[in-house]
Design a protein around this ligand. Structure first.
Ligand SMILES: NC(=O)C1=CN([C@@H]2O[C@H](COP(=O)(O)OP(=O)(O)OC[C@H]3O[C@@H](n4cnc5c(N)ncnc54)[C@H](OP(=O)(O)O)[C@@H]3O)[C@@H](O)[C@H]2O)C=CC1
Ligand SMILES: O=C(CO)COP(=O)(O)O
Length: 345
């Protein structure tokens, strides 16, 4: 049994705490809201984020220092835009060695940093190599109900990856390892953009053909950008790639899909985000990916179209028309080039 702190008491932090508690770990769920900590400890519910009873052995904390006292692992599960803030607080008070695992899915606009890069920048005593990412097709709503789920953990430090695997793995939550941190993080972050697109497509009334096209051509874009940053293209065929893309593009649980659906029905971005009340990571990540793709001249027409809907008030229907009327081309040419370049070395 290990002592583990989970930082971030939203949907995913709560669900991951349940997995850890099921594995008999001593789980401290930290929230930055005192009233929420009190409600969780007295009612064993976190209703805004997850409609499920929370095991009584999970204790919620408002005091970060108390939450991390003597823990051997810290799981960071706040939205990407809060990562630096939380790590700065942690850096001030963490004076013992604990494995850091994160489960957030996004890229920072402007710096274009991945979450593990941000964490290692903010934490004086942690190297990038030691951080672990947990990612894969895993809606909190289903994980909280102990429905079968598979995820991948990745770190350049094999021992840390295995520590994370052992902490989480159980009969309902199967955990694989991967050495490809870049691919695992980018797969989880970039699929949120495509899920917004799938929601937009459904909101416009388009059918399964359009969604299948978005998933597969979206995957090609993810692989293009990911490999340009050093990811293994095969990672995008695994759980953190196509696995997460499928679950997020096809599920009503997905906040990115739901936000896209409202946009497709004609709602404005501000209205949509107000209505969601939970993080929609694809919005900021679309900004980051659009910026990176423009700088590096990487072809990402779907991502760029979604960016225009989000930030340039483009009409969803016009964007779909533009995508469908692009210059004709061969389907596999760039993927074949990527694989050939990689495996001919
Ligand atoms: N939900 C899911 O199924 C999955 C989510 N993820 C990823 O996990 C990450 C978190 O998502 P999720 O839990 O769903 O998001 P939610 O919107 O459900 O919850 C976010 C939580 O983080 C808290 N928070 C926000 N800013 C801060 C801060 N500065 N300091 C401390 N706490 C903060 C929020 O508090 P407040 O109540 O004040 O807003 C809230 O409790 C995202 O990157 C997401 O992509 C990954 C896999 C599955
Ligand atoms: O990442 C997720 C499932 O794997 C959750 O996606 P959403 O943030 O769109 O709900």
């Amino acid at each position: 049994m290990a002592k583990v702190a989970v930082l971030g008491a939203g949907s995913w932090g709560t669900a991951l705490s349940i997995v850890l508690a099921d594995n008999n770990h001593d789980v401290r769920l930290w929230t930055h809201r005192q009233d929420q900590a009190e409600i969780i400890n007295t009612t064993h519910k976190n209703e805004k984020y997850l409609e499920i009873m929370i095991p009584e052995k999970i204790r919620a904390y408002y005091d970060l220092q108390e939450a991390i006292q003597d823990v051997s692992a810290i799981v960071i599960v706040v939205p990407t835009k809060a990562i630096r803030d939380v790590c700065q607080q942690l850096n001030e008070i963490l004076h013992h060695n604990a494995t850091i695992i994160h489960a957030s899915k996004g890229i920072e606009p402007e710096t274009l940093k991945r979450v593990s890069e941000m964490i290692s920048e903010e934490m004086d005593h942690y190297n990038y190599d030691d951080i672990v990412v947990l990612s894969g097709p895993s809606h909190a709503e289903e994980v909280g109900k102990r429905q079968p789920t598979t995820v991948t953990v990745s770190s350049l430090n094999d021992i840390n990856a295995e520590i994370a695997q052992d902490l989480f793995i159980n009969e309902a939550f199967r955990v694989y390892t991967s050495p490809d941190v870049v691919g695992v993080e980018l797969g989880g972050a970039l699929k949120n953009i495509i899920a917004l697109g799938a929601g937009i497509s459904d909101g416009l009334g388009y059918g399964d053909n359009a969604k299948a096209a978005l998933i597969t051509r979206g995957l090609a874009e993810i692989a293009r950008l990911g490999t340009s940053l050093g990811a293994n293209p095969l990672t995008f065929l695994g759980l953190p790639g196509v696995g997460d893309l499928i679950v997020t593009c096809t599920s009503v649980h997905s906040r990115n899909w739901r936000a896209g659906n409202l946009l497709g029905k004609g709602k404005k971005l501000d209205q949509v985000l107000d209505q969601m009340g939970m993080v929609v990571e694809g919005v900021r990540t679309a900004k980051a990916a659009h910026q990176f793709a423009s700088q590096q001249q990487i072809e990402m027409p779907i991502t760029n179209g979604i960016y225009k809907i989000l930030f340039d008030e483009a009409k969803p229907k016009d964007v779909v028309d533009q995508l469908m009327n692009r210059t004709k081309r061969e389907e596999m040419d760039d993927i074949a080039t990527l694989l050939t370049e990689r495996y001919s070395q």
